[in-house]
Design a protein around this ligand. Structure first.
Ligand code: ZN
Length: 500
């Protein structure tokens, strides 16, 4: 008796079809071929227990299972359910035809309960692309799979339910795609940030123009409070972005059970002790790292100089490319990693250098060493460097609420709208000046500052780009000297020259 069944192999955020053939013949052996790893080989024990607990015997015969293609490594526990169903079908507990055009995935516990899986959305997308009609998954993952249109999704808690369904497919209805309202209030609002209007304006510019930000200020000035609110003012994710973000979180196994698509932009803030592997991704099963979990959202690095320097250096390539490549002996995985980098730091190791009413106890050499921990090439990728000052007593007392996240997002959307044609101009390689359109005076100001401040050519270009975003905020066709002057304020105190 030969049974065919389809299961997914998950690699990175992609799922690949695995064709499983199962043959039962005379003899007494259980053989798995086709590059299964230890988690798949161990499935035999789980399947045997799950089937026996539910009154279905694993035949005491020779069972040969081939998983194709042979060169694709099969890892993970999602093969439990398809392998168990193949055995059940070979034993004629369910009709073999019921396995056609169907993708199965799910881990079995010893009593036959189905456990949550990683990578279900990717598997569902693959099922649709390869022309399957339906996918059978653990019930907790059903909403995730149902985000894919044009595919019948069935969710089950137990292998008994799967058997009942395969015997009588009309006995239950597919799960409907459900659009869950995002949990309200998860991202705090900017209206709670009093004062700091200058910083909020700079953050608006950064979000509109897709610029990275570094905030420098004494402890307790509200840097983290500001950073946490940034995902709430970025434009909402479109469906494509939501699917990509969900696939990454699902692959990492940090997706909430029962959840459908992730609709809010992620905010990730790894501790400064984070390893390169946790930040960029990797490990034996090649898990996505923090930079990929922040994809389409914000990666917040608090106390930037405290991160290990070699870990920070690893960020340079993903910051340029918006993705990260991870290689292991057998395969390579590419994870998306397009995020807005928001970082913060104290002005010195003790935190109070040049802060009014405080005494800094650091020696000049210590301050220099602290600043030098952030390399020039990394700083070059951070367009806006802001000093965040402590609020005065009067500012703290003011009752007026600040600009809300809603108002800031509206402004950002307007600017992005004005910028759209410019993004196209960039894509088509038009010379910088043709789409930035600076006035004579603006260029003169920049030139004089370049000479006194020793701006690099890269800084020169970055100031112009930020100035272009400011001009868009003012709805101005040309970039004038006021726009350039404001853009230079965000770079004036270049960090290695005594920032803050
Ligand atoms: Zn100090």
């Amino acid at each position: 008796m030969l049974v065919h069944i389809l299961a997914p192999a998950i690699l990175g955020i992609h799922a690949y079809p695995v064709h499983i053939e199962l043959r039962i013949s005379r003899g007494f052996r259980f053989t798995l071929v086709g590059l299964p790893d230890h988690s798949v080989r161990e499935s035999h024990e789980r399947i045997q227990s799950a089937l026996q607990t539910n009154g279905m015997d694993v035949p005491r015969k020779q069972i040969v299972i081939n998983m194709a293609p042979a060169d694709l490594k099969k890892e993970g526990t999602q093969f439990d359910l398809p392998l168990a169903v193949a055995i059940i079908a070979a034993n004629q507990y369910v009709p073999v035809e019921s396995l056609e055009k169907t993708l199965f995935m799910g881990e079995l516990s010893l009593d036959g309960t189905l456990r949550s899986q990683r990578g279900v959305l990717s598997a569902a997308l693959m099922a649709k692309e390869t022309g399957q009609k339906r996918i059978l998954v653990p019930r907790v993952n059903a909403n995730e799979a149902a985000a894919v249109e044009g595919l019948d999704v069935y969710g089950f808690d137990h292998i008994r339910e799967v058997v009942d369904f395969l015997r009588q497919p009309d006995s239950c209805k597919p799960v409907q795609a459900c659009s869950q309202a995002p949990a309200k209030g998860e991202i705090p609002d900017f209206s709670e940030v009093k004062g700091h209007e200058w910083v909020k304006r700079a953050i608006t510019i950064a979000c509109a123009g897709g610029h990275n930000v570094l905030m420098c200020g004494a402890p307790g000035t509200g840097k983290t409070m500001i950073a946490k609110r940034i995902p709430g003012i970025l434009p909402k994710m479109n469906t494509e972005e939501a699917i990509e973000t969900t696939r990454i979180h699902s692959a990492a196994g940090i997706f909430k059970a029962g959840q459908s698509l992730i609709e809010e932009r992620p905010f990730r803030s790894p501790h400064h002790s984070v390893s390169g592997l946790a930040l960029l991704g990797g490990g034996s099963r090649i898990q996505p790292g923090e930079i990929s979990l922040a994809h389409n959202g914000v990666l917040y690095l608090d106390e930037l100089p405290e991160f290990q320097r070699h870990v920070l250096e690893m960020l340079r390539q993903p910051l340029e490319e918006g993705k990260v490549h991870i290689s292991r002996a057998l395969h390579k995985v590419e994870y998306p990693a397009s995020f807005m980098l928001v970082a913060s730091m104290n002005p010195c190791p003790c935190g109070y250098y040049r802060v009014p009413n405080h005494t800094c106890h650091c020696k000049p050499g210590q301050i220099q060493t602290y600043h030098n921990r952030i390399s020039g090439p990394l700083l070059d990728r951070i367009d806006l460097q802001l000093g965040v000052a402590a609020l005065t007593f009067e500012q703290l007392q003011q009752q007026k609420t600040g600009k809300s996240s809603f108002e800031m997002r509206e402004q950002i959307l307007q600017i992005r709208d004005r910028q759209r044609w410019r993004v196209n101009a960039q894509a088509h390689g038009k010379p910088l000046m043709q789409w930035i359109k600076p006035t004579e005076k603006a260029l003169l100001l920049l030139k004089s500052r370049m000479e006194t401040q020793f701006f690099s050519a890269r800084t020169y270009e970055k100031v112009l780009r930020v100035a272009r975003t400011i001009a868009d905020l003012e709805n101005s066709e040309h970039v004038n000297e006021t726009h350039v002057a404001e853009a230079m304020q965000y770079r004036l105190n270049d960090i290695n020259k005594g920032f803050c």
